[in-house]
Ligand binder design. Sequence first.
Ligand code: FNR
Length: 183
Amino acid sequence: KTYKIAVIVGSLREGSLNRKLAQAIVALAPSTLSFEFVNIDMPLYNPDLDTDDRPASWTAFRDAVRPVDGVLFVTPEYNRSVPAGVKNAIDVGSRPMGASVWSGKPAGIVSGSPGAVGGFGANHALRQSLVFLNMPAMQQPEAYIGGLGNLFEEDGSVKDQSKGFIETIGAAFAAWVALHPQG
Ligand code: FNR
């Protein structure tokens, strides 16, 4: 069986190191997973706008996440928490009430930073929301990827010394997703 995975990259910027990290995880992941990168560049969630005239990007986001078998978050840390875009995506996907696209879906959380702490604060801030959203979040291996600026070769592939760990993340996530099959 192949499992469909939505990849949510927490950075909006073109040169994002976290997007490169996500691409590297995807490239090294088992072939049982098929990945789709989902756009989170959307207007801030406002319940007043969540009518039949709602922003098309909200609908596209919900439609992209609803059918998948799992969600992989790869995110930077902003001020020791998640970037607002990630939280906004969570909020958009959680509504309208009773129609959350998240519930029950297994999640993987990878945080990446050029700094040494590897986005620990963002990683755990995100976990707090996933508890409420009823998303089983993979616990091990923990993935706080520090020194992101030095992780990649020129061609975007991961340097040899880190390849093993990046591969392990994908393999563990594949097993996690298989443990939580979606109806
Ligand atoms: C940062 N950065 C950052 N890094 C970190 O390790 N902990 C933090 O709390 C913060 N806070 C923070 C706030 C804001 C507003 C910005 C723009 C940046 C630095 C951040 O890790 C760095 O810019 C990364 O390169 C961002 O990830 P992408 O965009 O390369 O994927």
